[in-house]
Design a binder for this molecule. Structure first.
Ligand code: C5J
Length: 227
């Protein structure tokens, strides 16, 4: 059993029944020229968390525990992207439009890929999701249940949109969730701050939060999961 110092109180888990879920660390959100920038955002805020995310990912892999990556990704014919989503935000480039990194948020396009520093290994699961939440219209819930997973550690972007939505979906499905505070970011720092507060309010109503240093320290003392 691993015990993490967390808010609002200690979070305990077993490596064998806990997965690391990395939400949408895609070039379209994190690199200049992608969807995030086309919406008028400063993407350097998001790219700043890549080193911490990489340190956690490497330690989690070394511990032999399950890793899931998600991508916000649509079909090339946009049949899974309703107008209610495509028309939001008045961006310079809409989902499906051609940009400097290929068509925005379309599966298989360069901008839709996960940043190279966090690239999935061939054995790791990658979930393409058409919505903000990782469970909506994806096989994620079934896959986690099949693997015997009961708890989830989250990192990724953006904190108040796809990360928070996915945590709420997970919580409603019975998973205990923890968000790594310095491994998530928003284009709006006040929204990140508010989300961390909301998640852990009322006795962890959505889940727990903890800094990555607490997890890294705990993992350095843990026995890896036998493969
Ligand atoms: C957004 C996301 N913000 N991954 N996507 O549109 O949070």
């Amino acid at each position: 059993m691993i015990a993490l110092e967390a808010q609002p109180f200690e979070f305990t888990f077993e490596l064998a029944t806990c997965a690391l879920v990395i939400i949408d660390m895609q070039r379209d959100f994190i690199e200049p020229g992608g969807f995030g920038e086309s919406l008028g955002n400063d993407v350097s805020l998001l790219s700043a968390i890549v080193p911490q995310c990489r340190a956690v990912l490497q330690a989690w892999r070394a511990a032999g525990a399950l890793v899931v990556h998600t991508r916000e990704a649509h079909r090339a014919d946009l049949s899974d992207c309703p107008d209610a989503k495509r028309n939001r935000g008045n961006p310079r480039l809409r989902i499906g439009d051609a940009g400097p990194m290929g068509r925005i948020l379309i599966a298989g396009e360069p901008g839709c890929e996960i940043v190279p520093e966090l690239a999935p290994l061939p054995r790791e699961t990658v979930i393409d999701k058409p919505g903000k939440g990782a469970f909506y219209a994806t096989p994620l819930g079934a896959l986690l249940r099949q693997a015997g997973i009961t708890q989830l550690l989250f990192m990724g972007v953006t904190t108040e949109v796809c990360v928070q939505t996915s945590m709420r979906e997970a919580n409603d499905r019975g998973f205990e969730c923890l968000l790594l505070e310095d491994c998530t970011e928003s284009y709006f720092p006040q929204f990140k701050h508010a989300t961390l507060e909301m998640v852990r309010a009322q006795g962890a109503i959505v889940g727990w939060t903890a800094p990555s240093t607490a997890l890294l320290a705990a993992l350095s003392r843990a026995e890896p999961v036998p493969r």
